[in-house]
Design a protein around this ligand. Structure first.
Ligand SMILES: *Cc1c(COP(=O)(O)O)cnc(C)c1O
Ligand SMILES: *[C@@H]1O[C@H](CO)[C@@H](O)[C@H](O)[C@H]1NC(C)=O
Length: 556
């Protein structure tokens, strides 16, 4: 729909920009009366039409949103500035924001925030005591047993990570001459990952600070390619379940997101629909293996074929699955290939800090060929501070983060990752099977990796979410359709699995006594947030929450 309107409008603009010329020509053929118009007037009219057309084109193309989205935004903006409704909305918004701030981050009784430097620095002993007592102890949610979806992927090797970190904590990858060891480690991480994903001799990549940065860089690289062929606002074709970080890329890099539909039964990207949405502005196609919200694998090879056919780069987002998927295949699990051996795949992102088991702050973005990677590099040749270049978004990069990631790869080894992937998948399979047997809930699609998403056709599934939160679970709440996503990690053991099933059974049985009851509390907020037509209102609420991140008023 959006696309349709956009392309009609596009043609209209082209038509209009021709208007000036057409007019000039038409005037040329007009009868005596008109031919007596002074030439100055004709020139002025032509200039006028061309300017109007150019202004309209600029307005049309100068946004990362489609016309439909912008129309909606405008409408709600008007609504919010309307006399009575507007002030009511504003009041509601303000009180909700205060509520969020007060309920989000609470300190234990008697504790406060420190907002100024201590006059004299603490001793090591004092420091560690404060860190443990007033900060580490704030952790209340039991993540050690995997009751938190995703988030923490390993409980191993903390001690040795600390030792490796210590060796390199002052190193800076911006100065590889000074720190040759960490440069070597980064190059080796990239090489080992290219090997894991079956890259050819031209394959390459960089490490990054996380999945988001990996995706941003791939988008930037492809934007540069599209710009080189004259595309003003390159479009990222992305299935509906593709990660929000692509939207961030579009937002930052003046690109545009075009969401492509999913097959309604399988929840995989609908390849035929994607094909229809390709146009001359398309700079990349995206698939996920698996996607974050449902743990479902998109049709990798079909989309790769589209990429080949239309000569468009194809990125596989394996931020989640990168350190499970290849090892599942090596371990003999029956899943289709998802790496550079599939012709047409030009880049892959994989998070070391998820199933790679590395400390947080590390991921890789890999390319099938160096010509793609070049687009993410930045070089300033004329800066007063000297010729400056950096391969990723950051300037200074900690060598210690690279060193711990490298150390993790070495500690796990091929066998370690194969066994780990096998354990995680067996846990997911077992809870999925048992979830499917519970009356009142369903599982979305056929998940193949580590996540399962619970939905319900009978009741508001966010009510179940509330029950589970009360029992100490932290699931991801997904929307459109509403669901509760459990991303199983290695911390999630048999006992955790049994507990989850028991808690879901109990919660569901409770809700099934009155399936049509209305959701309350957080469940109501999630429900409202996913159905509220004014998305900017949702965004305002969430900004209130982000503000609360930095609040140092102690709400107890
Ligand atoms: C986690 C994830 C990302 C984003 O990674 P961050 O490390 O959180 O920045 C992107 N895509 C998928 C599929 C993910 O699971
Ligand atoms: C969705 O997938 C199913 C199962 O693979 C298939 O039978 C169906 O034709 C697909 N629907 C569309 C619209 O492609």
């Amino acid at each position: 729909m959006d696309i349709h309107i956009d392309s009609v409008f596009h043609s209209f603009l082209e038509y209009l920009s021709l208007g000036g010329l057409v007019l000039a020509e038409a005037l040329d053929h007009l009868d005596d009366t008109l031919s007596e118009w002074p030439p100055v007037l004709l020139v002025a009219l032509t200039a006028f039409f061309v300017t109007v057309a150019m202004e309209m084109y600029r307005w049309y193309s100068d946004s990362d949103l489609t016309l439909m989205q912008r129309g909606k935004r405008k409408f709600f903006k008007m609504l919010r500035s309307a006399p009575i409704i507007g002030s009511k909305i504003k009041k509601e918004l303000k009180s909700t924001k205060t509520n969020i701030a007060q309920s989000s981050f609470k300190l234990p009784k008697g504790e406060n925030y420190r907002t100024t430097l201590p006059k004299t620095g603490l001793s090591h002993q004092e420091l560690m005591s404060v860190v443990k007592k007033n900060y580490k102890n704030l952790e209340e949610i039991d993540w050690q047993k995997g009751k938190v979806s995703g988030t923490v992927y390993t409980g191993e090797n903390h001690g040795i990570m600390g030792q490796v970190f210590e060796l390199f904590c002052n190193s800076n990858l911006l100065q590889p001459g000074v720190f040759p060891g960490v440069r070597k480690m980064e190059a080796e991480i990239v090489a080992m990952c290219c090997d894991i994903f079956k890259g050819g001799p031209e394959s390459c990549g960089t490490t990054t600070s996380g999945g988001t940065e990996s995706l941003l860089l791939a988008c930037l690289a492809y934007r540069e390619l599209a710009r080189a062929r004259g595309v003003q606002r390159p479009e990222i074709l992305l299935p509906i379940c593709g990660h929000a970080a692509f939207e961030k890329a579009a937002h930052l890099f003046e690109m545009r997101i075009v969401r492509t539909p999913l097959n309604k039964t399988t929840y995989k990207a609908d390849v035929q629909a994607m094909k229809k949405m390709i146009n001359k502005n398309t700079c990349m196609l995206v698939v996920s293996a698996p996607c974050f919200p449902h743990g479902i694998i998109d049709p990798i090879s079909e989309v790769a074929k589209l990429g080949l056919k239309y000569n468009i780069p194809v990125h596989i987002d394996m931020c989640m699955g990168g350190f499970l998927y290849p090892f599942l295949r090596l371990g003999g699990h029956d899943i289709p290939p998802s790496d550079f051996s599939v012709a047409g795949i030009t880049s892959i992102s994989a998070d070391l800090h998820k199933y790679g088991k590395a400390p947080k702050g590390s991921s890789v973005v890999l390319y099938s060929d160096q010509k793609y990677r070049q687009g993410q590099f930045f070089v300033s040749t004329d800066w007063v501070g000297g010729v400056y270049a950096s391969p990723t978004l950051a300037g200074t990069r900690s060598g210690a983060v690279i060193a711990t990631a490298w150390a993790t790869l070495m500690l796990q080894g091929l066998d370690g990752y194969i066994q780990h992937a096998d354990r995680v998948i067996k846990t997911r399979e077992s809870i999925e099977k048992r979830l499917r047997e519970i009356e009142g809930i369903t599982v979305i699609g056929q998940p193949k990796v580590s996540a399962v998403t619970i939905a319900s056709n009978v009741f508001d599934v966010f009510r179940l979410g509330t029950c589970l939160t009360e029992k100490g679970w932290q699931m991801y709440t997904v929307q459109n359709p509403s669901g509760l996503c459990v991303t199983v990690t290695d911390l999630f053991n048999k006992e955790t699995a049994n507990q989850l099933i028991a808690d879901v059974e109990e919660g569901t049985a409770q809700i099934m006594k009155d399936p049509n009851a209305k959701a309350e509390g957080m469940a109501a907020i999630y429900g409202m947030a996913s159905t509220l037509p004014d998305r900017s209102l949702v965004s305002d609420f969430i900004c209130g929450y982000l503000d609360a991140f930095y609040s140092t008023e102690s709400h107890q």
